[in-house]
Design a protein around this ligand. Structure first.
Ligand code: TPP
Length: 344
């Protein structure tokens, strides 16, 4: 195994994932993806830093942001897009959509049930312990899963059975609209250590740091030293799901504000309904939410892990340009192949 991270290939993988998800966002904007769409934009350093260590026989259990891990694991990208589009020639015959991606060949399963990656990964790891010694399983989930009983039980089981599993918490400090301090007491490390699982922290925006933490955790798991919980902070650059109104306002206030501002202002003067002070309080709430978006970390380019990795490589502009041209070309071909029948 390599002694240090190959930042060039990690960057290529992150850029590919970013462009792939931007292409998916474009399809969603065109109305071609039914329902909600959760992107993993902002999680690329965590996913690349972990998935780059996986090999044949290793397994992944994913949450509702499974597109990037599937892509980085080498699952057919055309099949992925077709699955997201709900087509019968998609990865799962168009029946799963982006939240339920499965690939038996890659021992990969995802679920939209928050916390479900825990038991799935523990099961994969238990099977590996018996059938494929040296193989590992990885669970990816958000910090909003940390009060799900099944995840706690999985951590406990993994500790007791010394399972070869990594529990990777991608912590963006939001569970849709809930902050961790509104739902949880104590600290993540106390909880995890309290269950007897090793706890490591990493900077989820720094792919090299994630890679190093994963390198040691996976080596321990492969050699029978049991599970590790990897706590990685990140920022979801596109918010909880595509179309999030407050984020749209933050990105383009001149376009997005009038359709909100006009009815809200009109509501102050509409006859009947709530008392004027209550209406004013409601409008003040809305305005303070909007103002808060201008300080939102999701607008700060410093929280973009892809740009952060790119900055390290800018000292060799020629090599960078070559890699980017190759990745950009790959994404163009994937998109063309996946959507060929849709183009009129
Ligand atoms: C068991 C369960 N409860 C509630 C939901 C609805 N739900 C979907 S995503 C989500 C928030 C998850 O937050 P987190 O785990 O932090 O992941 P993030 O979306 O931030 O990546 C919730 C509550 C669900 N899918 N499953």
């Amino acid at each position: 195994m390599a002694q240090g991270p190959d930042i060039w290939s990690l960057y290529a993988s992150m850029r590919k994932s970013r462009l792939f998800e931007e292409a998916v966002a474009g399809l969603w904007e065109q109305g071609l993806v039914s329902g909600e769409m959760h992107l993993g934009t902002g999680e690329e350093a965590i996913v690349a830093g972990i998935v780059s260590h996986l090999r044949d026989g290793d397994a992944m259990a994913l949450d509702h942001r499974g597109t990037a891990p599937c892509l980085m694991r080498g699952i057919d990208p055309v099949g992925l897009i077709r699955e997201i589009l709900g087509r019968p020639d998609g990865l799962c015959a168009g029946r799963g959509g982006h939240m339920h991606l499965f690939s038996k060949n890659h021992l990969t399963a995802s679920s939209g049930i928050v916390g479900a990656a825990g038991p799935a990964a523990a099961g994969f790891a238990l099977a590996a312990q018996h059938l494929r010694p040296g193989a590992v399983a990885v669970a990816f989930f958000g910090e909003g899963s940390m009060n799900q009983g099944m995840l706690m039980e999985s951590l406990n089981l993994a500790a007791v059975f010394e399972l070869p599993v990594l529990f990777v918490c991608k912590d963006d400090s939001w569970a849709i609209t809930t902050r961790p301090d509104a739902s949880t007491r104590g600290t993540m490390s106390e909880r995890v250590r309290g269950l007897g699982v090793r706890y490591d922290e990493t900077d989820g925006l720094d792919v090299e740091d994630v890679w190093r933490v994963a390198h040691h955790a996976i080596a321990r798991a492969r050699s029978g030293q049991g599970p590790t919980f990897v706590h990685a902070r990140c920022v979801h650059l596109d918010g909880h799901f595509l179309g999030l109104l407050l984020l749209r306002i933050a990105k383009d206030p001149l376009v997005e504000m009038p359709p909100v501002g006009v009815p809200v202002t009109r509501s102050l003067f509409t006859p009947g309904g709530a008392a004027p002070p209550d209406r004013l309080a409601g409008v003040r709430d809305i305005m303070s939410s909007i103002v808060a978006t201008f300080r939102d970390p999701r607008r700060d380019a410093g929280n973009d892990p892809v740009l952060r990795a790119r900055r390290v490589l800018e000292s060799d502009p020629q090599r960078l340009a070559q890699i980017e041209a190759r990745v950009d070309g790959e994404i163009e071909s994937i998109l063309a192949a996946a959507t060929s029948e849709l183009v009129t």
